[in-house]
Ligand binder design. Structure first.
Ligand code: IDP
Ligand code: MG
Length: 142
């Protein structure tokens, strides 16, 4: 299994619920290391650029409005198989379909307010990490 990096975002709903610590604990307990963090409040335009891959989808405007509705915590996770492992810990996009014990099953209310973002491939992870972080912001302990 390759060592990978992936981007995680704790979305505005989970920040508002004060469950940042619970979410990061799940990453750490499953062998992922947090190598960079940044709390920010995206503008709608910034959220639109981050989710440009979804431009034109029916939920795009609501997604951009939601992602800019409050502060988020972006972080880079590093570890074995980090992209897929993070997706497994997150659970399905729709929390109603998320496996019990996953972050979305525990903390998400709706498909819009679904607690976390996670990169879906190593290629997209590199693009998404560069959206929030520069090389000097990342501190690998490998
Ligand atoms: P993901 O976050 O699990 O990778 P994506 O398909 O990449 O899911 O969609 C990005 C985000 O857009 C989702 O997390 C969710 O908040 C929102 N979204 C996706 N599909 C729908 C939908 O059918 N209705 C409303 N929002 C959606
Ligand atoms: Mg996605």
């Amino acid at each position: 299994m390759a060592i990978e990096r992936t981007l995680s975002i704790i979305k505005p709903d989970a920040v508002a619920k004060n469950v940042i610590g619970d979410i990061i604990r799940r990453f750490e307990e499953n062998g992922l290391e947090v190598i960079g963090t940044r709390m920010t409040h995206l503008s709608a335009a910034e959220a639109g650029r981050f989710y440009a891959v979804h431009a034109g989808r029916p939920f795009y405007n609501d997604l951009c409005a939601f992602m800019s509705s409050g502060p988020v915590l972006a972080m880079v996770l590093e570890g074995k198989n980090a992209v897929l492992l993070n997706r497994q810990l997150m659970g399905a996009t729709n929390p109603k379909e998320a496996e019990a014990g996953t972050i979305r099953a525990e903390h998400a209310d709706t498909i819009d307010a679904n607690a976390v973002h996670g990169s879906d491939s190593a290629e997209n992870a590199a693009i998404e990490i560069a959206f929030f972080f520069g090389d000097l912001d990342l501190h690998s302990r490998l």
